[in-house]
Design a protein around this ligand. Sequence first.
Ligand code: 13P
Ligand code: SF4
Length: 349
Amino acid sequence: CKDLANIYFEIKDLKQKKDSLILSHNYLYPEFHEISDNIGDSLGLSLFVKEKKCKRVDFQGVFFMGSTSKIIVGNEKRLFVPDKPENLGCSLVDSIDTTYIKNWKEKYDGVVISYVNSDIYTKSLSDYICTSRNADKVIINAIKKFKGKKVLILPDKNLGKVMKARAIDSLKEEGTDVDPNIIEVYEQEKAYCHVHEKISLDYILSLIDKYKESDLLIHPECSCSFKLYEMTKKDKELKKKLFIVSTEQMVSSAKSSSAKSFIVGTEKGMVYRLRKEVPEKEFLPIDFAQCEYMKENTLEKLLESLKSDRYEIFISDTEEVEFREDGIYLPRKVAEKARVAIERMLEIK
Ligand code: 13P
Ligand code: SF4
């Protein structure tokens, strides 16, 4: 399409002139693959932004991802998101009650691990941030470092349950028995991603039955993830074909498996990345799994952002997060606390 081609070349030109690094999440439309410096999962994009030199970052994804990257790069690099924060939302971010966290900390003096899908206030109340790629490792690190303290993982109850089980099993393998009551999963109302919650156990079992030769790539946010993980303890065949992994790990799992086809249990945009990286294999998307916030990202908006410098994120001396005409202002004191929790995660190998 001529328009798309024009937009593409204009973006390329402005990207070079403004020395912009374009980062895109794995769920975006396929045209982002051609224009981005990096496509990845939440952890991969955070690591990439930390390493690379540039004047500005154009972060294509949802708002919590852009603000996490801004907290990492600080005021050293300008960072832009393509749309208003409310259009780049996330149901997990909305599910968090910060009063619950404050009360919990007061009651237990425990360790709070927040999933990266959280706002800056939640992050500032947390001891660690984690992502779908490292949540089990972060739990293990917290248990070892803060011996005897209670640990709270939030907000995603599905990811929380499966990562808690994995952490306990890994520690057991090392010879350390952990009382499961020491890890609390935040099981509040709506503590899930509305896209992954719909990927149920019954539905996945029906696909396993239908596509017997296919392996399964399942995001830990899916409502089936914990039950599937528990089933693998008895079902060796299922264990061989099941990967409960972050979006980035879906790529490496697809490469390493001998299977020729895969059921992709996450947002359906993920299949573009998989098909590009592993063209010799087949990927079956779940058609109803679409995140409307991720789909707000378009090349038109990216171009507008590069042209007009709109929706910049600033770290400033404001008291609260402020949405102004010229951008989004994150309060420095809150951002600093959030950065400590993010850095603690980034140090865990
Ligand atoms: P990943 O970090 O696995 O890409 O997950 C991010 C996300 O929002 C999943 O819905
Ligand atoms: Fe948030 Fe779910 Fe969208 Fe991921 S898929 S950004 S968790 S709403």
